[in-house]
Design a protein around this ligand. Structure first.
Ligand code: NAD
Length: 396
């Protein structure tokens, strides 16, 4: 089949297997071309198929030589419908990892459920015994509570008052002001239940109770802070409340892991283009401006550079893990540099639909967006016929 991108709003409903494989290979090559890291050997990544989770899995496998188990929620191809990008990414990752002699197995299903937690524990017991790093990188719009069966849907809304700001349609380049109504009843609580720390804690409880966490095991989850201009929709909005909860949960989990010498951390990562970040109003325009500035200053990073730096300079640097005053690991440090943010603010004032290409890296944003789904990779012949049914070798 010839596969073309089909964009619907902020998602692409098709994915290209060869392109996804190339995107994964590029990330593997990046890690292979950097120094080896002395770190975790048995790693569980929850949310391992795209974005930061996939990059973490690759950094673990190729940086420290770790065996990895990846958990995610993806769909295989059906009829003429392509698989999701995360499915193709994982198929490519596993195949390459296996041929490089690395253990890699994957579990597809709802990570919020007890069933998937148990399945993961059984697989760890069967194959690895214990894990010494658990990466928690889920991003989901909804969650069903594993014991009460309640359904929670997260909302991306400001709190207290309407937020009006410039926003871009990244596909057309059109910029207009959007107004987002404030959170209503239950929006904050629901978003915290989906994207806060409750499920992370449940995972660590389940792994610890099953005795599958190694002595001195680490666990890490990801957060975002970003610039003041997106505070109303991000840091001070419903999602920000969930992130605050996630950050507080790290301390709780660290207490629980004390007896095995383990610790929980939250890393604040930089803004990158992922399926999740492209769904947040205002953020894509900010990212387009940010990319231009960070590329000009030669400090641009995508998920893989961030994940590698997290492993190499923070988690496994051989020194104490450095954090800010709140105990957060900050790999958003280059994004948040004063010179970078001052330039973003200046451009933010000036940017409009007419001058967007002069002031931003919209083409870089778009390119990254297409790459998420395996499109726009220069090495791939998109006119070639491809088989859309692709197996993941070790999936359950
Ligand atoms: P993403 O959409 O690329 O990845 C989400 C992952 O979660 C995928 O592997 C998906 O399969 C998995 N997933 C979703 N629902 C699931 C479910 N019910 N069961 C099992 N797996 C499920 O997202 P991302 O942007 O890489 O986000 C990962 C984390 O990084 C989030 O906590 C996010 O807030 C954080 N973060 C993102 C950015 C950014 O700019 N994208 C910046 C800083 C922090």
């Amino acid at each position: 089949m010839i596969i073309e991108p089909k964009i619907r709003g902020f998602i692409c409903t098709t994915a290209h297997p060869t392109g996804c494989a190339q995107h994964v290979q590029d990330q593997i090559n990046f890690v292979k071309n950097n120094e080896k890291i002395k770190g975790a050997q048995k790693v569980l990544v929850i949310g391992a198929s795209t974005g930061y989770g996939l990059a973490s899995r690759i950094a673990a496998a190729y940086g420290t030589g770790a065996a990895t188990i990846g958990v995610f929620f993806e769909k295989p191809a059906e009829g003429t419908r392509t698989a999701t990008a995360g499915w193709y990414n994982t198929a490519a990752f596993e195949k390459t990892a296996h041929s490089d002699g690395l253990y890699a197995k994957s579990i597809n299903g709802d990570a919020f459920s007890n069933e998937i937690k148990q399945k993961t524990i059984d697989l760890i017991k069967q194959d690895l015994g214990k894990v010494d790093l658990v990466v928690y990188s889920l991003a989901s719009p909804r969650r069903t509570h594993p014991t009460t069966g309640e359904n929670f849907s997260s909302a991306l809304k400001p709190i207290g008052k309407t937020y009006s700001e410039k926003s871009i349609n990244p596909m057309t380049g059109e910029i207009k002001s959007v107004s987002i109504e404030p959170a209503g009843d239950g929006d904050i609580e629901n978003t915290v239940r989906v994207m806060g720390g409750e499920d992370w804690e449940l995972w660590i409880d389940a792994l610890q109770n099953a005795g599958v966490l190694a002595d001195n095991a680490l666990t890490i989850a990801y957060s975002y802070i970003g610039p003041v201009l997106t505070y109303p929709i991000y840091r001070e909005g419903t999602i920000g409340k969930a992130k605050e909860h996630l950050e507080k949960t790290a301390a709780l989990i660290s207490d629980k892991l004390h007896n095995i010498g383990g610790k929980a951390f939250v890393s604040v990562n930089k803004a990158v283009v992922t399926q999740s970040s492209s769904a947040i109003p205002v953020v894509p325009l900010y990212i387009s401006l940010l990319f231009r500035i960070m590329k000009n200053k030669n400090i641009h990073e995508d998920c893989i550079e961030q994940a590698y730096r997290l492993f190499n300079e923070h988690l496994y640097s051989g020194k104490n893990i450095s954090t800010d005053k709140k105990g957060l690991i900050r790999i958003d440090d280059w994004e948040m540099r004063e010179d970078v943010q001052t330039e973003v603010s200046k451009l933010w004032e000036k940017v409009n639909s007419e001058n967007i290409n002069d002031y931003s890296d919209l083409s870089g944003y778009r390119n990254d967006f297409y790459k998420l789904f395996g499109f726009a990779l220069p090495q791939v012949d998109y006119k070639a016929d491809v088989e859309i049914k692709v197996e993941i070798p070790s999936i359950s």
